[in-house]
Design a protein around this ligand. Structure first.
Ligand code: AMP
Length: 367
């Protein structure tokens, strides 16, 4: 069968690659002729709103999915009239607007930090007054990798944030003094079967994910149960099909949901080598209506993102258990151009290999 994928970035590339061993093909649509998934599968180069191209994608696909979160909701609604689409358009709509997302979390009893919307300067001042400082001001839409947000500690920061971000509708969130961050990745197929990956500890810097550690020693049974309750509620509410991720802050009061992603997630890249079935393969299986694969991990692993430019490949290759993924993207400050997964038999060995790999990756990182 053929899976149509909206978006031709590295997530689309890894989805397409995961399909081949199963005998499944992909076709992608992306506005950029240099989209890196185009190296591994046929790429339709067209604007998101190009209805002829969307029809072409639908005609060539048994099911259509997406790897890019800012696909216009209209394009997905249009596609729904021409093809089977998963995850559902509503999941994308919710995830595209931080306010709707947090309101849905609240309605489902998934705990979040305090938040308030703001569409004018007066509303912003009122929202900051209500939430208190420090706070994080974010654009409701189109933010990623720390873009479209500002940490504010005083009135002057609030004014600067308004000058920078105020042309778009905003959300003010209380700054959460978290102990650490984690993500929960689950897959659900059309039949309603659910597969859960172990929780992943995530380390961000400047709003960009740097490192992910599945099944980290910090992850307790209690956290795993809380996260499972949250993902179950969201899967059910959205009648979800595909891979779904929720990112959480771990605090003294337990888990606070930060955001959800209706797609495969950067923190799940370790699963290509670190789990029996990768998140990419399970997304393909889920949207195709196939049985889901085993998500358990047979080895210790951790993932490092390569930001800006790829690190020295020979140096990395000298470390045992290192798997290099180069997305073949042109270097650019702040851009995710690849990742490295480090595998080991035990925690001590993982720490040793990880710190060696981290030094090489950091050396090439520009932010
Ligand atoms: P986001 O785009 O919402 O995923 O934010 C990127 C990163 O910024 C998060 O993973 C956190 O490290 C940090 N961050 C975002 N919102 C908050 C918040 N309300 N409190 C503390 N840190 C935050």
């Amino acid at each position: 069968m053929t899976v149509g994928i909206l978006g031709g970035g590295q997530l689309g590339r890894m989805l397409a690659l995961a399909g081949y061993p199963l005998g499944e093909r992909s076709v992608l649509l992306d506005p950029s002729d240099s989209a890196c998934a185009g190296h591994v599968a046929p790429l339709i180069i067209a604007d998101w709103a190009d209805e002829r191209a969307l029809c072409d994608l639908a005609d060539r696909s048994d099911v259509v999915t997406f790897e890019f979160e800012n696909v216009p909701g209209k394009s997905l609604s249009y596609l729904q009239n021409h093809a089977r689409v998963a995850p559902p358009a509503r999941a994308l709509e919710v995830a595209q607007d931080r306010l709707h997302e947090k309101q849905l979390f609240e309605r489902l009893g998934i705990q979040t930090g305090p938040f308030a919307p703001a569409s004018s300067r007066d509303e912003l001042l009122e929202a900051v007054q209500k939430i208190g400082l420090p706070a994080v001001i974010k654009t409701r839409r189109f933010g990623y990798d720390g873009k479209g947000q500002a940490l504010v500690r005083n009135d002057r920061d609030v004014q600067n944030a308004w000058d920078k971000l105020g042309s778009l509708p905003l959300i003010v969130e209380a700054f959460v003094p978290f102990a650490f961050e984690l993500s929960a990745i689950v897959a659900r197929n059309w039949q309603g079967d659910v597969a859960r990956y172990p929780l992943i500890e995530n380390i961000h810097r400047a709003g960009i994910l740097r490192e992910s550690r599945p099944a980290s020693p910090k992850i307790t049974e209690e956290l795993t149960e809380q996260a499972a309750r949250a993902t179950d509620r969201l899967l059910k509410e959205l009648d979800y099909v595909g891979v779904l991720t929720i990112e959480f802050f771990v605090t003294e009061q337990g888990l606070l949901a930060n955001e959800c992603a209706p797609r495969v997630h950067n923190s799940g890249h370790y699963s290509i080598e670190g789990a029996l079935t990768s998140q990419f393969e399970n997304h393909m299986r889920a949207v195709l209506g196939a049985p889901l694969g085993d998500t358990s991990c047979h080895v210790r692993s951790a993932m490092l993102n390569c930001i800006g430019q790829m690190p020295d490949r020979d140096e990395l290759a000298a470390i045992p258990g290192v798997c290099i993924h180069d997305y073949a993207k042109s270097p650019k400050p702040g851009r995710k151009v690849g990742h490295v997964t480090v595998l080991a038999e035990n925690i001590e060995e993982l720490q040793d290999r990880l710190s060696r790999a981290r030094a090489i990756v950091e050396n090439a990182t520009d932010t």
